[in-house]
Design a protein around this ligand. Structure first.
Ligand SMILES: Cc1cc2nc3c(=O)[nH]c(=O)nc-3n(C[C@H](O)[C@H](O)[C@H](O)COP(=O)(O)OP(=O)(O)OC[C@H]3O[C@@H](n4cnc5c(N)ncnc54)[C@H](O)[C@@H]3O)c2cc1C
Length: 533
């Protein structure tokens, strides 16, 4: 057993941990980043298979005033292209190009739901208002990544005029924290229409967050070579600044009283400060706290109870297809980032109450009943389709197309089926249904041209990045959130009750996602630097 000493150890080489470690190394801290997998990036990762390049997690990125500001601050040059979005219902497809597309979206909805014209107008009015709020929220380069001491013009010309608008906007946002499904019930009577607007969001997503998506569609960008190049560029910067890295290493024990973490090979690392940029349940389960003072212990126990009681948000099932059909055939139909719903009927309770009762009665169910449910679940759902080659031609072999199709999926269903021993069969059935639905609707030319396929379930996400319940943006939306979820106090999200341990990433602020993971990664690094003084 060896032991090494570091100013800071960062656990988790996802986008949050990479950000923390890079900023600490820039300030000449002796820093070690420890990552469980061979590769970095966690859910911001791109991989290759048979000459096709696929994004494993997030499909395209949103700046939110954070990513480009950080890249500029770290002097990282990343070649990016716009990643335009399409939205489609049945055989109507809208390629979103600018603000005017919102009116086309309105018309698209009216075409399918003519009896709800007035209600649709009202929703569009609210989305327009939210777009203005988003302009304020993300309207300036995030000050956390600016050296304010050396940039007085930024303070006087940007922050001071922006700040009152920000406070006003935050108040408005906080009033729209109701789950979007409930919020829309007060406006729209037709449940199918409500479903079409909301069913690709996590359960209980706050109304503001969900309805802000139209404005986000206009902002997606794609790094050339895939989203994983963002992680690679931070990784390179970290090495350039002299940071140390250890991959294929899992932290299994934490001794906060002695400032030590232990890995799966029984190596120990001593730290002055620790940043935990991985799943929070794992942090609380792995910490040995017996020797801490009673007051600290009680605080930790209380937080642990809250953390363990909560669950990760809905997870995702993703199907990767290698298709022997040129990109041009797909380009004629929709953009490379596409939210597609084959039926205007909507999922209704298929993915909520019906699924819940299936899970409650799971032991008495026959496979056929689950398959019948699966038929509905797939044919009525909304798919997020990504074609990396339509954003960057180099992502697929000449004349071929890689297609990524995903839908929100409930971790518990996959877990129960795995425990019953027929997960592979279930996954094959799910893959077959997705291919049938997509190729008999939006991409008919795909049907007989699939030359390779594989998929990731919520269980794969859990085992690959150690994410509880396969969560992809952190916690399930509930009243009693175990972490900070108000933007004006986001800086507090990085504190833990453990001495000298800070937290970063998708689990520490809700809703998470890439920009918040990066922001909390930087905030945690700033706290560590403060702690050092
Ligand atoms: C399909 C999909 C679509 C998405 N779409 C969007 C989107 O549109 N917008 C958006 O903002 N976000 C989106 N996300 C979410 C976003 O990708 C994540 O929230 C974000 O990347 C999380 O980053 P992170 O660093 O906090 O966590 P992770 O990426 O989970 O990184 C944690 C890292 O810690 C490592 N680790 C875990 N436990 C240990 C341990 N004990 N020891 C050592 N290492 C450990 C893991 O291997 C992993 O690399 C999407 C995700 C998916 C999967």
């Amino acid at each position: 057993m060896s032991e090494k000493y570091y100013d800071a150890v960062v656990v988790g080489g996802g986008i949050a941990g990479l950000t923390s470690a890079t900023y600490l190394a820039r300030k000449k801290q002796k820093v070690l980043l420890i990552e469980k997998n061979k590769e970095f990036g966690g859910l911001v990762n791109t991989f290759s298979h048979n000459g096709f390049h696929f994004d494993a997690g997030v499909r395209a990125l949103l700046d939110a005033g954070i990513i480009f500001t950080m890249l500029k601050d770290l002097n990282i040059k990343l070649e990016v292209v716009k990643s335009p979005v399409s939205v489609g219902i049945e055989n109507e497809i809208l390629n979103i190009k600018d603000l005017s597309s919102l009116l086309e979206y309105r018309d698209l909805l009216k075409k399918f739901y003519p009896r709800s014209e007035k209600e649709i107008d009202e929703v569009i009015r609210i989305i327009k208002r939210i777009m203005k709020h988003m302009d304020v929220l993300y309207g300036i380069e995030n000050p956390v990544f600016k050296n304010l001491n050396k940039d007085l013009p930024f303070i006087f010309k940007k922050i001071l005029p922006w700040f009152p608008k920000f406070i006003f906007t935050v108040r408005k946002i906080n009033r729209m924290n109701t789950p979007v499904e409930d919020y829309l019930k007060t406006i729209i009577k037709d449940s199918s229409l409500r479903d079409i607007i909301t069913q690709h969001f996590f359960k209980n997503t706050p109304a503001f967050f969900a309805l802000s998506y139209f404005s986000l569609y206009l902002d997606y960008f794609y790094p050339k070579g895939g989203v994983g190049t963002l992680s690679e560029s931070l990784h390179e910067k970290l090495l350039e600044f002299g940071g140390e890295i250890k991959t294929e290493t899992i932290i299994t024990k934490i001794f906060p009283q002695n400032n030590i973490v232990i890995d799966d090979k029984n190596n120990s690392y001593k730290y002055k400060n620790l940043i935990w940029a991985a799943d929070l349940k794992t942090l609380y389960k792995s910490a040995e706290i017996d020797n801490l003072s009673p007051t600290v212990k009680t605080k930790i126990e209380n937080t642990k109870t809250k953390i363990l009681k909560n669950r990760g948000g809905d997870s995702v099932f993703t199907l990767f297809l290698e298709v022997d059909e040129p990109l041009e055939s797909f380009a004629k139909i929709a953009h490379g980032h596409f939210f597609y719903t084959p039926s205007p009927k909507g999922l209704g309770e298929t993915h909520r109450d019906v699924l819940k009762s299936l899970l409650d009665n799971f032991d008495n169910l026959k496979k056929e009943e689950i398959m019948l449910w699966l038929d509905k679940f797939v044919s009525l759902n909304t798919f997020e389709i990504s074609i990396p080659g339509l954003k960057d031609k180099g992502m697929a072999p000449q004349g071929k197309t890689g297609v990524i199709i995903s839908l929100l999926a409930e971790y518990d269903l996959f877990k129960r089926i795995k425990d019953e021993g027929w997960l592979n069969e279930f996954i094959t059935e799910l893959e077959t249904r997705i291919i049938d639905v997509i190729s008999s609707s939006v991409y008919p030319m795909m049907k007989d041209k699939i030359i390779g396929k594989f998929s990731f379930s919520p269980l794969n996400i859990e085992s690959r990045v150690g994410s509880s319940e396969g969560g992809i943006i952190g916690w399930e939306f509930v009243e009693d959130m175990p972490v900070v979820n108000k933007i004006q106090i986001a800086d507090r999200s990085v504190f833990t009750p453990f001495p000298s341990i800070f937290q970063a990433g998708q689990w520490v602020y809700s809703p998470g996602g890439v920009p918040m993971s990066i922001l909390t990664g930087k905030l945690a690094a700033d706290r560590v630097l403060k702690n050092k003084q």
